[in-house]
Ligand binder design. Structure first.
Ligand code: FAD
Length: 401
């Protein structure tokens, strides 16, 4: 009998933790596993807002994938997935190469939803990948340099669309970054504006009142202009049009208005809702026994019929079940149903403050910021053990200047 081939698409939270599970449990020679990812580095998506603001070094945000694979049970292949033929069981890469599989795991992550608002797709900046966030950072630097020449205030007006989880975290990093950038370019901080535009009546819809109040007063204290109950109607390279009639001169709209599944998923001819693939309780694509899907790419419905949110917490917990289920499938054993256990949510507002709820306890301020670091460290621990945690913390986290 031929050795079964397992192919994992995407080395994000879902793909990497699934790989770790396979490394731990597969016997030597039991399966041939290939992990495919667009780049040879994994980016820590939950910290991408730091790359936008230049508040963390690239080395802290990206990890070399081959270094994370502990054994030769997993082969890493750098490649961009273009399609999958589920009949002939082949993954097609952009390079024209085809990769055969017997079992497939789709962990291709998220794309940004722009809801068809005119000009947003073309002109707003999206927190989507390490590359996209690096491009925003370089754009921000160009605005500072150009302001020295033309003193055009639209260059230093930084708007963030959305005051949900990601929007708040983005604003927090901008608050930290502005004084440093101003110092570097010898520009007064008073020349800069940070604006947060949110359609709902408050920041952090769905969070507790204490978290909302803490965040709004933190923004006020730090000069953030908060525009709640305000919708963006249009965005051009130099202007943001709001539904209150205002034309906001800004060359930087950072879009944190929402996420959806990777747009590639729509081309795969699989059961899909709201841009995400419908999966069963064993994390398999509905109606398929040999194709699994987890993380932001997957739509998992809870017992009450509501979907699990696209979070790293969900992706990691799913991966911890998906790995053993892949192995059970190839051994012909019983699969385990996935159950989600929500441990809490903490949104950082820069390095020194955060808000959220952990194990039912409401937290805010510096303690919450420390808690956020513990959560990030736990992920590194699951991925690479204590060695990786220490290595990442010891890395000179020198931010960009
Ligand atoms: P991803 O981590 O997005 O990984 C997908 C992988 O697939 C990537 O490596 C990508 O390069 C690769 N890929 C994509 N397309 C292709 C292709 N065509 N071919 C090959 N490879 C491809 N969640 C939390 O729980 N807590 C938080 O605090 C939190 N903070 C966040 C802050 C920000 C700024 C953002 C953007 C998200 C945050 N999230 C948070 C959400 C979290 O990051 C995602 O839910 C999580 O990354 C999903 O993991 P995933 O494995 O499904 O996908």
């Amino acid at each position: 009998m031929q050795t079964p081939k397992v192919v994992i698409l995407g080395a994000g939270y879902g793909g990497l933790i699934t790989s770790r599970q396979l490394e731990k449990t597969l016997l030597n020679g039991e399966a041939q596993v290939t992990l495919i990812n667009k780049h040879d580095y994994h980016y820590i998506s939950t910290q991408l807002h730091k790359t936008v603001a230049g508040t963390a070094s690239d080395e802290k945000i990206t990890l070399h994938i081959p270094d994370l694979l502990k054994t030769d049970k997993i082969q890493f292949k750098k490649g961009t997935v273009q399609g999958v033929n589920f009949t002939s069981k082949k993954v097609q890469l952009e390079s024209g190469e085809f990769i055969d599989y017997d079992y497939l795991m789709i962990g291709l992550g998220f794309d940004v939803s722009t809801f068809g608002i005119p000009g947003v797709e073309e002109n707003a900046f999206k927190i989507k990948s390490f590359r996209s966030t690096k491009a925003i950072y370089n754009h921000v630097l160009r605005q500072f340099a150009a302001y020295k020449e033309d003193l055009d205030p639209s260059r230093l007006t930084f708007a963030v669309a959305g005051a949900g989880f990601t929007g708040i975290e983005m604003i927090g990093e901008l608050i930290e970054a502005m004084p440093k950038l101003c110092l570097k370019y010898d520009i007064p901080v008073s020349a800069t504006r940070i604006i947060n535009i949110e359609a709902s009546a408050s920041v952090l819809p769905g969070f507790n009142k204490e978290a909302i109040d803490f965040t709004e007063s933190y923004f006020k204290k730090n000069g953030v202009e908060l525009m709640t109950s305000t919708k963006i109607l249009e965005c051009s390279p130099t202007t943001i049009t709001l539904d209150n009639g205002e034309e906001l001169p800004s060359r930087t709209l950072i879009w944190s208005g929402g996420v959806r599944g990777n747009t590639l998923l729509e081309k795969l001819d699989l059961p899909i809702s709201k841009g995400r693939i419908n999966i069963d309780k064993f994390l398999r694509v509905q109606g398929m026994e040999n194709v699994f899907c987890i993380g932001d790419a997957a739509l998992f419905l809870k017992e009450d019929g509501t979907p699990l949110p696209p979070t790293a917490q969900v992706a990691i917990q799913q991966a911890e079940v998906c790995g053993p289920n892949l192995i059970a499938s190839l051994r012909g054993e019983q699969l385990k149903a996935f159950e989600y256990h929500h441990k809490g949510t903490v949104a950082s507002i820069g390095n020194k403050a955060a808000v959220g709820k952990v194990f039912g306890l409401k937290i805010s301020g510096l303690f919450a910021a420390l808690m956020k670091q513990v959560i990030e460290a736990r992920y590194l621990f699951v991925l690479g053990g204590p060695g990786l945690v220490i290595k990442q913390f010891l890395k000179i986290g020198k931010p960009h200047s």
